[in-house]
Structures are given as C-alpha cells and as structure tokens.
Ligand binder design. Structure first.
Ligand code: SF4
Ligand code: SF4
Length: 203
C-alpha cells in the first residue's frame, strides 16, 4: 500500500478546512502514504471520500481505489442512507454487497476526526482492522464529570451517538447533535420521551 487520494464532493467544506488548519495531522497523513490528485481519476490504494455521494459514484470509486475510507458526517450520512434504501424499499443485492464489502471503512466526525483518519490508514498499512467505537458519548461525558444537560432541559443526543469525540460539545455546555452517527439500535422514540420528561421538570 503506497498511495492515497481524496475526493471532495458536496458538503460544507468543514472537513477540508479541518485538514488545512491542522497542518501537523496532514504532515502525519502524508508521511504514511504518497498523495495523488483525486480529480485526475488516478488509481490509488486508498481513496478518502468526503461529502455526500451516490451509488453511481461509489461504483466509480471502486474502479479507482482498492480501499475506500468514507470520511466525515456527510459521507457517512450518504452511506447509511444508501444502506437503508437498498436494504428496504429498493432491495438491491449488488448494491448491498458493494456497501458491505470489507474494503470500505468509516471515519466519523463533523468535521472528520483526523486522529481517527490517521489511525485507520495506519491499520490498513499494517493489515489490521481499525476498531469502531460502539459506546455512547454519555460515557465520555461522565468520565469528564460533566453535569448532564438533560437535567437542564436541553435536548442532548449523547446517549444515542457513537463516542470518540471526547464529549466535545456537552463539555462546553452545548447539547450533542449526533454528528458521529447513531449507535446501532438507537431508540430515538425513547429519548424523545426522556426529553419531554426533563423539559416538564425544568419548566
Ligand atoms: S450531557 Fe449529553 S452526553 Fe452528557 S451525559 Fe447528558 S445526555 Fe449524555
Ligand atoms: S458531542 Fe456529539 S455533536 Fe459534538 S462532536 Fe461529539 S458526537 Fe459530534
């Protein structure tokens, strides 16, 4: 594994800005693999996909990249939407196979977590599987001994959201809006009831 490339699709530009601002992370990233320009459609071992994408685009990337890293909240949102569409209403076995293939990896965050991106590429280089965090933001929030925002009547989605950000928002008094994506089997209707209960208590 020697080369990587990035594809920037529509999104707010926050992930790209994060990459520009955190120069040290980018230097670390470039020390792992050689960068080849994405828009030349040059083949690369790893493709970093940022922003919303369609099934057609994913098919095209499969012909260019050996491994694909879906990076940031927008790309992850597209991925989950495609999974839902092709697993339900428009059941498409070819699409599902493509979405579930083990050469596809996900790095979360809004903007994308560069630490996790570097970790993922390191794992791919070593031939190991990057670990996915499957516990909620609340765990990290409790470890920081924050006062729970639910008790203040704020709609925090930390209990349903995959951790890994260090409870960044609640630590600053801002409710988690779930940018790292829901945990599997997240019960949104139950949390809605909890919100209502606390909202009544807080008046
Ligand atoms: S503030 Fe949010 S993340 Fe923190 S414990 Fe409460 S619900 Fe969980
Ligand atoms: S606390 Fe929630 S919204 Fe904030 S960075 Fe973490 S996952 Fe994203």
């Amino acid at each position: 594994m020697k080369t990587m490339s990035t594809i920037h699709l529509d999104g707010c530009g926050g992930c790209q800005l994060e990459m520009l601002v955190k120069q040290k992370h980018i230097a670390d990233l470039f020390s792992l693999l050689e960068f080849v320009p994405g828009h030349a459609r040059t083949k690369a071992d790893v493709g970093i996909v940022i922003g919303h994408f369609s099934m057609e685009e994913l098919k095209r990337y499969r012909g260019i990249y050996d491994k694909i890293i879906i990076s940031g909240a927008c790309a992850n949102e597209s991925y989950l939407e495609l999974l839902e569409i092709h697993d339900n209403a428009e059941r498409d076995d070819d699409a599902m196979e493509m979405l579930l293939k083990d050469d596809l990896y996900r790095v979360k965050g809004c903007p994308v977590s560069l630490d996790e991106l570097i970790y993922t590429i390191q794992c791919l280089k070593e031939g190991s599987s990057p670990k996915q965090i499957n516990y909620p933001v609340c765990k990290e929030c409790k470890e920081k001994e924050n006062v729970c925002l639910l008790k203040e009547g704020k709609r925090c989605y930390g209990s349903l959201t995959a951790a890994g950000c260090g409870a960044k928002c609640p630590s600053m008094g801002v409710p988690c809006r779930g940018c790292r994506g829901w945990l599997p089997n997240a019960k949104k209707e139950l949390l809605e009831k909890i919100f209502m209960k606390y909202e009544k208590t807080c008046g």
